[in-house]
Structures are given as C-alpha cells and as structure tokens.
Design a protein. Structure first.
Length: 234
C-alpha cells in the first residue's frame, strides 16, 4: 500500500506480436528475459500490492508466472498492432473486479524499460501520494532540443519553434522533456472515467535520461546490456 494506505496494482502489458523485434518481451538480456526486469522491480517495491502481466502470449505467460507475477490472458482483439494499452488496462481492471479484486491506483509498467528499478517505482509512488494528483507520468530530458528542429511547411522547411531559438545559444534554451515510457501512475476511478494516463494537471517524475532505455531493436538490447554490465561492475 501507499503511504496513505491505498492499494496499488502493478500491471505489465506485454503482447506477443511485436513487429520491430519479434519475441522481445522474453528475449534474454544479461541472462534474464526482458519482462523479468519489470516483474522483479514491481515485486520488490515497498508499496505495490499485486503484480499482474496482461498478455496474449502463452510463452510470455509462462515466463511471467515463473518470475512471480500473476497473469491475465488478453483477448486477441486487444493485442493487435493498433491496440491501445489503455484498452488492455481497462480489460485487466474489469477482469480483476469481476473476481473481487479492487485497487485504488494503477501502476503501468512497460516491459521495454529494463533499467527502471524498484527504487524508481517507490520514489514515483511517494511523489504521487504527496502531490495528490490523479496521474503521474515519468519524463526524461530530450536528447535534442525541439528548438533546434525544422518542420515541413508549404513544400519547404521552417523552424519548428521560430528562427530566434533555432540559432540561439543552446545554453539559453529552456530544458525540454519527453515521455520516458518507464512509469505511469493513475487513480483507478479517474482512469475508468477518463480512460487516459495523462491530463494537464498530472504529476511529472523526472527519470534519469541515461536509464530511460526503451527496447525496440537489437541496438537497444546491446546498449541496455552494456549499461547493466557496467553497473554490475561498480
């Protein structure tokens, strides 16, 4: 439970039909299936009450069960290329409530963020509890400032944020952030009503940019493996 005694469901959504990197959710990363990193982080949280994996894949279900998570088998129509994670979350909530399991807060963890730890999860939950908002989104500083970008317009290109920012000193530009994809927290009743994890009044958890891995390619695997090996040697 949270510091204010609210029950938390950690939900890891992992469909079987990845196109960018087939089988990535159970692909071995430093000897562990990718999804195991998220399961372990959730299980070791001080505040998470239950850990479930929502999947349409029997192999993912088997690996997840052996790693200590409970499994919700997702119908095929919620595991297509164009399926939204929000629909999978709503399905999981409904599935559990039909079986008498109710939660106050949903913690969504994507299995593609193996460098996210239980300490990050607990820090985010404490911030969420303290700030008392309906949702929390993990963010990371952008690698390249959008103030230095161009956008297609009228058959040509023009500065995305204006010419004065485009050629101005980088040190003078405001910091910009993007979704880190690592941690999403939302009040369960709010989510069932609004069906979204973000709203303009949500909390923002600044996630370390060097740990904000989002595994979607072989190169992502190589980089994450190098970080894990380096951290184990220090």
């Amino acid at each position: 439970m949270t510091p204010d005694n609210k029950r938390i469901l950690a939900l890891i959504t992992a469909r079987a039909g990845s196109k960018g990197l087939p089988g990535k959710n159970i692909k071995k990363l430093c000897g562990k299936a990718l999804i195991e990193y998220s399961i372990d982080a959730a299980l070791n949280s001080d505040f998470v009450d239950k850990v479930y994996v929502s999947t349409d894949g029997s192999e993912i279900a088997d690996v997840s069960g052996k790693a200590g998570a409970s499994v919700i088998m997702r119908p095929p129509e919620l595991a297509a290329d164009n399926s939204k994670s929000e629909d999978a979350v709503l399905h999981a909530i409904s599935y559990l409530e039909e079986r008498g399991e109710y939660f106050d807060i949903i913690l969504l963890l994507q299995p593609t963020s193996p460098l996210r730890t239980n300490e990050h999860i607990d820090q985010a939950i404490e911030q969420f509890s303290k700030e008392g908002k309906n949702a929390l989104l993990s963010i990371r500083e952008t690698e390249h400032s959008p103030f230095k970008c161009f956008v297609e317009a009228d058959g040509g290109m023009e500065p995305l944020m204006g010419e004065d920012k485009l050629f101005g000193p980088r040190q003078m530009l405001p910091k910009t952030y993007r979704d880190a994809g690592a941690i999403y927290l939302v009040d369960c009743d709010f989510f069932k009503r609004e069906r979204r994890f973000y709203h303009k009044n949500c909390s923002f958890f600044k996630f370390p940019a060097n740990l904000a891995a989002d595994i979607d390619s072989e190169l992502d695997f190589v980089l994450a493996e190098a970080i894990i090996k380096k951290s184990s040697q220090t």
